[in-house]
Design a protein around this ligand. Structure first.
Ligand code: ZN
Length: 627
């Protein structure tokens, strides 16, 4: 049975273990006057620091959740330790020799499990590091590092190691150090099969994964040999009493002070990227360990960044520019909104990760990549907008609609207008149009309902996100095109010759097909019974139902149509084409710098003036014919 630690030793630990020192390994503290320090409480979620540490009294208290106590209590609560474990951990750190009332000093069995697992990991890390440095078997590991610009000193600094291939090397080594088999299994270092115990990591390059406090709690392991029995490129320690992957960040022990100082954290994808960043002068880099960046990681970083209402740290992700990275960005956008506002994205145009970038272009390129960050929302909007052809009016409308539904998802209402203005600039449309689309999208959100398949024509009116190439013919955007075609199909003898239209005046593929079929043969100048059959044949089966509807649906104008009405409907289409062209040029002008691209700008401006003139003539003709 474990003995009780002597009271005077507890007192010595309490004296030597400065509480601000212990706490600041987990929480960034700032001076708060009166000798106190404040930070974001690690025991509850908060935006304004109410977690207070008073070194003079060796005490902490949170005014938000009421947690408080001394240095032992803090360690017990944050690490989930027993009192004895907390005392042992502090004693080891602050150099106090503990004595026990029974059983003598520190007889192996006195250690709590957590401390034993930490010790096993520490010994394993030393063993693996020595293997990397010395073993002949580790040549591929040393080569792997050298090829990425990491020499032996760097490997030492980051504690990188090599796991021998034999399958029992670590087991034998740690047994020799009196580590219990059960603890090796519990720490995830050793596995247990029907044939006995075996090393979990074999023939792999290992990165030690540490807690904020610097304790090794597990490893990330990269495949080196083609005959590795496990296919996965990376293996990580399995979840254990020590290893909780949802909040572990590789490099956080090295980065935490810089993260607090700079108010910035850089999240990269791999262990080698963390190393490259730190070496290149970006000491705030961390990476997740075998899992996606999640809510627990956010909380860890926020505490280090000391986020509060007046100050928000920056979190910069070095996403791949590829589709996976973009999807991750979109997903992040839909997550925690406060976090989104402080999130940035740094994308290397060539798709290189920080490790490759440093290798090929040097340290400065890595620093520049981080400096080139853009706000996440801008990156996401850009990605959405880029899917559309902004040279086309309907492309711009679709882009605004798609992006507006994202803008609406921003819960911080004060940001919505700024995003809308930015989106307008990106697409090249009037900010009021975007605001309208955002209002529309926000009405659409409640209730969020997808249209039933048979309900398409009705729903599409509301701008539901159908693929841009398959809108319904019933879409109001095509009303004028439909009216013109109805007039032509029902009263071909009233159509002026030449009609003055061409296929580009129609924007729905089916309506365009109908027009092409109409224009392919001469218009009838009297009653020609076979004409409509010819159109139907030329237009093909795909248009059959559209054509029959155009043939029977009454025109929207009252009274019997005459030549002037038909001419007016056709002029209206030409006018719309001109208007579209005008919008295109305006949009391009908005995206053109009048000083730097002066000749383009002036040419487009001239074209714009001419088109405006042409459009006015068409308008007069359309109204004049009707009136
Ligand atoms: Zn609290």
């Amino acid at each position: 049975m474990a003995g009780r630690i002597r009271d005077e030793d507890i007192a010595t630990v309490r004296e030597r273990a400065a509480i601000d020192d212990v706490v600041s390994a987990y929480v960034t503290l700032r001076g708060a006057g009166g000798g106190s320090q404040k930070g974001l409480c690690p025991f509850h979620d908060e935006k304004t620091p109410s977690f207070t540490v008073t070194p003079a009294r060796q005490y902490f208290h949170c005014f938000g959740c009421g947690q408080g106590g001394d240095v032992f209590t803090f360690l017990q609560q944050i690490e989930g330790l027993s009192f004895v474990e907390a005392a042992e951990k502090l004693a080891a750190r602050f150099g106090v020799e503990l004595r026990y009332t029974e059983g003598g000093p520190r007889s192996g069995g006195d250690h709590g499990q957590r401390q034993r697992l930490v010790e096993a990991n520490r010994l394993a890390q030393q063993f693996y590091a020595a293997q990397l440095a010395e073993s002949a078997e580790a040549v591929p590991g040393r080569q792997f590092l050298a090829e990425r610009g990491f020499d032996r000193d760097v490997a030492d600094r980051f504690g990188v190691g090599f796991a021998p291939r034999s399958g029992e090397a670590l087991l034998r080594h740690l047994r020799g150090r009196d580590v219990r088999d059960d603890d090796l299994v519990a720490a995830g270092l050793v596995g247990r099969s029907s044939r006995g115990l075996y090393d979990r990591f074999r023939g792999r390059l290992l990165w030690p994964i540490r807690e904020l406090s610097g304790e090794v709690v597990g490893f990330g392991a990269r495949r080196l040999f083609d005959d590795d029995r496990i296919d996965a490129k990376y293996l990580n320690t399995a979840e254990s009493p020590l290893y909780k992957k949802s909040h572990l960040l590789y490099g956080v022990d090295l980065a935490r002070r810089e993260i607090a100082r700079a108010g910035q954290a850089v999240v990269v994808e791999g262990y080698t990227d963390v190393m490259a960043c730190h070496l290149a002068g970006v000491p705030t880099a961390v990476a997740t360990c075998g899992t996606a960046f999640g809510a627990d990681h956010v909380r860890v970083l926020r505490r280090l960044l000391l986020d509060h209402d007046e100050f928000r740290g920056e979190v910069i992700f070095t996403f791949d520019g590829d589709e996976a990275g973009q999807r991750a960005a979109l997903k992040a956008f839909e997550g925690d909104q406060q976090f989104v506002a402080q999130t940035y994205v740094a994308v290397e145009p060539g798709g290189m990760d920080p490790c490759d970038l440093r290798l090929q272009h040097g340290d400065a390129a890595v620093r520049e990549l981080v400096a080139s960050r853009v706000p996440l929302y801008r990156f996401v909007l850009r990605n959405v907008v880029d899917r559309y052809d902004l040279e086309r009016a309907d492309g711009r409308i679709d882009a605004v609609r798609a992006a507006a539904s994202l803008v609406v998802s921003v819960r911080d209402r004060s940001k919505v207008d700024a995003f809308a203005r930015e989106l307008a600039g990106m697409v090249g449309v009037d900010p009021d149009d975007v605001r309208g689309a955002v209002r529309h999208a926000s009405r659409q959100r409640q209730p969020a309902r997808r249209p039933a398949v048979g309900d398409r024509n009705a729903q599409v009116v509301q701008g539901e996100a159908l693929p841009p190439d398959t809108p319904s013919v019933g879409d109001p955007r095509f009303t004028d095109e439909r009216e013109a075609l109805k007039a032509v199909v029902q009263h071909p003898q009233l159509v002026p010759d030449p009609p003055g239209l061409d296929a580009t005046d129609f924007h729905h593929p089916l309506l365009q097909a109908v027009w092409t079929a109409v224009a392919a043969a001469p218009l009838p100048r009297g009653a020609e019974a076979g004409w409509f059959d010819g159109v139907r044949e030329r237009a093909g089966d795909a248009t059959a139902s559209v054509l029959s509807r155009l043939a029977v649906e009454p025109l929207r104008t009252a009274g019997e149509p005459d030549a002037r009405l038909v001419a007016a409907l056709l002029a209206r289409l030409q006018e719309l084409t001109a208007a579209r062209r005008i919008e295109e040029i305006k949009s391009r002008l908005q995206r053109t710098n009048p000083v730097e691209q002066a000749s383009d700008y002036n040419r487009m401006f001239g074209e714009l003036v001419a088109l405006e003139q042409h459009r006015r003539q068409l308008r007069e003709r359309a109204i004049g014919s009707i009136g």
